[in-house]
Design a protein around this ligand. Sequence first.
Ligand code: AMP
Length: 282
Amino acid sequence: MPLLFKKIKDLRNYLKSLRCEKKEIGFVPTMGYLHEGHRALIRTARNQNDVVVVSIFVNPTQFGEGEDYDRYPRDLNRDLAICEEEGVDVVFAPEVSEIYPKGYRTKVCVGELGKVLEGAFRPGHFDGVATIVVKLFNIVQPDRAYFGEKDYQQLKIIQQVVEDLNIPVEIVPIPTVRERDGLACSSRNVYLSPEERESALSLYKSFLLAEKMIKSGERDAERIKEAIKAFIESHPHVTGIDYVEITDENLNPKKVVEKGDRILLAVRIGNTRLIDNWKVEI
Ligand code: AMP
């Protein structure tokens, strides 16, 4: 079983002794309810470090009003069992009051990159993400930290924060893990009814459609985005498309699509909001 810590002080003391032994620490921050995507991050961390630390914390400050903070799935025992299977050494699962004690005030503001795409629909979300990640980096002081491309904008923002604030950690990106039929693994997939899950597959299928258009010579981003929207909207249970965007690898919008660009989207299926993205390979 991994060692479980709930208090910052105890975790710090333990990791300090390991650092004295010159052990390299790999860190995987999560909100728990672990799945194959998280396992991929953990496995890479296991391969590249002496010690693997996983944090499990549903961070309230990255959820907006009316979002799913209260109903977000939580099951610490299930997560601990998965961590054990993956050879995790340490799990950090603090209470909210441990991370944001009374009188807590400071936050990290990520600026423009946090206001586009996801940020336009979830104001303050990325400030909340950056704040918790910087706090966790200061608590764990890892050599490397692992982030999924599933949350592509989050990954780019964390890379920017680490560079801007000179945080001595190597950010390791991990490609998106999908279920057998192509649906991107997500803790939020448990919200989907079987019929909704079927419609949720349209996100992945729309990427294949875009690839096909691009392979047959289409380069106009607007036309590709329209085709993606029309395809997704043709499915039942789709209650809204927040955005479909095509950008370069640094999230700058593109008019003419090239190899290495990203298609990013957010779609609501029933009451569930899903995000996904795709790297254009021509
Ligand atoms: P979360 O618990 O959803 O906050 O995710 C924790 C980390 O796992 C983040 O770095 C996510 O990008 C990553 N992650 C979540 N889903 C996937 C996936 N399907 N494939 C790869 N990484 C993922």
